[in-house]
Design a protein around this ligand. Structure first.
Ligand code: PMP
Length: 584
């Protein structure tokens, strides 16, 4: 062993070396040495170090208290908060349980935690107006739910409401065509740069049809997806991978046979491009959420470019799922942002103008597989025969098309000049800058307080990442406190600024976040962290603070760091399991 790990462990525990130095030395160790050091530190860490209550402002890296570590003081805080919360939103609280007999809704149990479940009821909304949401108890909130990324103009934009009302006056025939359909399709293609577009009833459906289209076009079956991506609710794309890299069904009711048609790889991992290359003959398409809503700090421009080249060379379709990114960074979406053109792409949220819809768009040579392409009346032309079968009752619902057309028209109005993302002067650029400014202020605050929280962001999407406890009890309490500071979030964890927010709203959000974190600090929900995890996270944090951009190597290092920490945790867990098994 080239380094004395005993001595290093003693130096870290005795705080004889700085955190930076500990971090530097930790990062330089081999995986085996990291494991050994970890076990030395775990063995020697005095019990008092782990559970000590923290003082605000001291110079110790903090970690979130785990659900199992809650003590009487924490529980007192939770009880008192629950009392205040019940008075804050009494009608919403009543609704939370009252309708359980007949209303089925999985959202209400998302991330439900026993010790704080009385705080985790959802608010019943009364109305939405610009940057605000109002509940049935009369509270007004700054809305950062962004309606899961749909309403980029904020709540109840007048122009969209008027367009829908106008269509209601004339009725909404579902079967045939209306002018809104043609106009919305034309404008959609103009703004995105795609040749042809089809409307669907939801984003889930758009992705399902995109997969069917790729399989039809290539006569191959396998689809590549990436760990951390979300592509809607269909069985076709619902899989994750196990520790050996095999794809496994995403849950109860989804047959493993579906998962076996999927190859699940690490997003942004250049080495995984080899897997695609090696299996190219079986792969119909590579389905990408170009900036994953689950980890928006990963923005792998070079990886996407390589993927584009590889799919093109080996006859696979590159499919971008632009459900959240579409029209967000600019009208050309993530494709414009990264300078990578997909063969087909799926959309739904922003260009739907608030109504339930989806779109699948792309090159005519692929989209023609849906309707057979162009043909004429006066000659003997006919649509091509190789076609896939798609449809749906509300595919052409004129109410949603009126909303869509209006949203697209407004986007065009607010995006003067060229539609090339680099030179575009669209309103989304201002929105992205405002979001970045807010994230930087918040990250500086988190760093100053030494709390393990970061704001990750891409364009107007942002999220709070609790580094060591992504869905723990502290994060849930944080969201309740934010709500009581009148900032409304959503269980998805994806938050958005919209064109209705101005700098004063951003100031209020920043203040609410600061206040909520300080309350949690004061109540002892952050405790000093394990020194080894501090060392690993230091590396991670440094990278996270670098500006969003095309530093793919940095991004890959973040993933590598994260995986290292995960591997260490898994190792300890399996050691513990083996120890227990041996004990019986
Ligand atoms: N893909 C992505 C990337 C999404 O974010 C979503 C919805 N959040 C979907 C697909 C599914 O869209 P929908 O909810 O409209 O079915």
């Amino acid at each position: 062993m080239s380094i004395d790990l005993e001595e290093l462990a003693a130096d870290i525990l005795g705080r004889r070396i700085s955190r930076q130095e500990a971090s530097r030395r930790f990062v330089d160790l081999s995986s085996a040495e990291k494991n050994l050091l970890m076990s030395r530190l775990k063995g020697k860490l005095p019990a008092t170090e782990r559970g000590a209550r923290s003082d605000v402002g001291n110079n110790v890296r903090l970690t979130c208290v785990d659900e199992r570590q809650l003590d009487e003081q924490h529980l007192r805080f939770i009880r008192s908060l629950a009392e205040r919360y019940a008075k804050f939103a009494p009608k919403s609280k009543e609704n939370a349980l009252k309708h359980q007999d007949y209303l089925v809704d999985a959202r209400k149990i998302a991330n439900l935690k026993k010790p704080i479940k009385q705080l985790q009821f959802h608010i019943t909304y009364d109305r939405a107006e610009g940057p605000y949401l109002y509940d049935i108890d009369g509270n007004r909130y700054i809305d950062i739910t962004g309606d899961n990324g749909v309403n980029i103009f904020g709540g109840r934009p007048d122009f969209i409401g008027k367009a829908i009302a106008k269509r209601i006056e004339r009725g909404y025939p579902l079967v045939g065509y209306t002018e809104e359909l043609f106009e919305a399709a034309r404008l959609f293609c103009e703004l995105t740069g795609h040749e042809r577009v089809a409307f669907t009833q939801s984003g889930t459906e758009a992705v399902m049809w995109a997969v069917r289209l790729a399989r039809a076009a290539t006569q191959r079956a396998k689809i590549v997806i990436f760990e951390g991506s979300y592509h809607g609710m269909s069985d076709t794309v619902a899989a994750s991978k196990d520790h050996e890299g095999k794809s496994v069904s995403a849950g109860l009711g989804i047959p493993q046979e579906y998962a076996e048609q999927l190859i699940v790889l690490d997003y942004g991992n250049m080495a995984h491009l080899d897997v695609i290359e090696n299996l190219a003959g079986e792969i119909a398409g590579v389905l990408v959420e170009p900036v994953q809503a689950s980890q928006p700090h990963i923005q792998p421009r070079e990886f996407l470019r390589e993927l584009r080249a590889l799919t093109q060379a080996r006859g696979m379709l590159l499919i971008f799922d632009e459900m959240i990114t579409g029209f967000r960074a600019c009208p050309r979406g993530a494709q414009g942002h990264f300078g990578v053109k997909a063969d087909i792409a799926t959309y739904g949220k922003i260009p739907g103008g608030g109504m339930p819809t989806g779109m699948i768009a792309g090159a005519a040579r692929y989209m023609d597989l849906i309707d057979g392409g162009k043909w004429q009346f006066e000659d003997d032309s006919m649509p091509k025969l190789k076609r896939i079968y798609i449809g749906g009752t509300h595919t052409r619902n004129p109410l949603k098309l009126a909303a869509s057309l209006e949203a697209l028209t407004e986007i065009k109005k607010r995006c003067p000049g060229q539609l090339e993302c680099r030179t575009c002067s669209c309103f989304q650029k201002d929105l992205s800058a405002r979001t970045r400014g807010m994230a930087e202020r918040l990250n500086a605050f988190f760093q100053e307080r030494q709390v393990p929280v970061r704001v990750d962001y891409f364009s107007s999407l942002f999220k709070f990442r609790f580094l060591d406890s992504p869905y723990g009890v502290v994060r849930e309490l944080f969201l309740v406190l934010l709500r009581m500071q009148r900032v409304e979030t959503s269980v998805s964890g994806n938050f958005f600024l919209t064109a209705a927010h101005d700098d004063t709203h951003v100031d209020s959000i920043v203040e609410a976040v600061k206040d909520s974190i300080d309350s949690l600090l004061k109540a002892g929900f952050f405790v000093p962290a394990d020194p080894v995890e501090v060392a690993a996270e230091d590396e991670l944090a440094q990278e996270t603070f670098s500006p969003a951009g095309d530093h793919v190597q940095s991004r890959l290092k973040i993933r590598a760091g994260e995986r290292e920490v995960e591997k260490l945790k898994a190792l300890i867990k399996s050691d513990w399991q083996r120890f227990q098994e041996g004990a019986h």
